[in-house]
Design a binder for this molecule. Structure first.
Ligand code: SF4
Length: 222
């Protein structure tokens, strides 16, 4: 009983800290021209996103563990929408490339962020660049979905999060032979298998793209 009480207390403190941080982050994102919303959990996020993109026909997805945790792709597939999702095992290299290209011209693009600062800056590091391209220009609507574990207190802290958390974990998930997979932190490697090749920082909303950031009060993705 006592252990349960302590764990509930910790959860409560976590939620309080995330709540305060989310409030700052949402205000800063809005000031920077983005639409920004916060929801309690993945179910609420999925419902919100499905409602916001009802009129869209074609959908692209950046490679993202967070998106998969939402069950969004399955829900859109059930609605018969056109999906450009390259995270599949049955694709030839040509088919995978075409899907990445199609993501840049779909009605609605979904991705996560590697980090978001409480000053309202969005940071992503890509190996290819289909995500960083599609989220800045091409699709009419873009939704960036992130758990509160990805919100950092400054742009420098956001970049540090990418180096110390997101990129090494992503490299490990891909079984890359890179130094970070051994040491657990970025070593700014020269490896031919390096996944960090393009850094995109959205300081303000790009002119022609309607971007909404949805923060979720849960720990999600890398
Ligand atoms: S630059 Fe290299 S060492 Fe650093 S996170 Fe990326 S892949 Fe890992």
């Amino acid at each position: 009983m006592r252990m349960k009480a302590i764990s509930e207390m910790r959860t409560d403190h976590h939620q309080w800290r995330w709540q305060r941080r989310a409030e700052r982050c949402l205000a800063a994102l809005t000031k920077n021209g983005f639409r920004a919303e916060a929801v309690a959990d993945v179910d609420a996020a999925r419902d919100l996103l499905l409602k916001r993109c009802e009129e869209c026909t074609s959908f692209g997805f950046g490679g993202s563990v967070t998106l998969r945790q939402l069950g969004l792709i399955e829900a859109l597939r059930e609605q018969g929408k056109i999906l450009y999702d390259h995270w599949r095992d049955d694709l030839s290299p040509e088919e995978e490339l075409q899907l990445r290209l199609d993501q840049g011209r779909c009605d609605c693009f979904f991705c996560s962020a590697n980090a978001i600062s409480t000053n309202g800056e969005i940071v992503n590091v890509d190996g290819i660049g289909n995500r960083t391209n599609a989220m800045t220009f091409g699709p009419r609507k873009v939704f960036i979905v992130a758990g509160m574990n990805k919100v950092a207190t400054s742009l420098e802290a956001a970049l540090q999060r990418v180096r110390e958390v997101a990129a090494p974990m992503r490299a490990r998930s891909l079984n890359r032979q890179t130094p970070c997979v051994t040491s657990g932190v970025c070593e700014d490697c020269q490896s031919p298998q390096r996944i960090c090749r393009v850094t995109a920082i959205l300081h303000r909303k790009p002119f022609l793209t309607d971007i909404t950031v949805v923060l979720i009060h849960q720990r999600l993705g890398f």
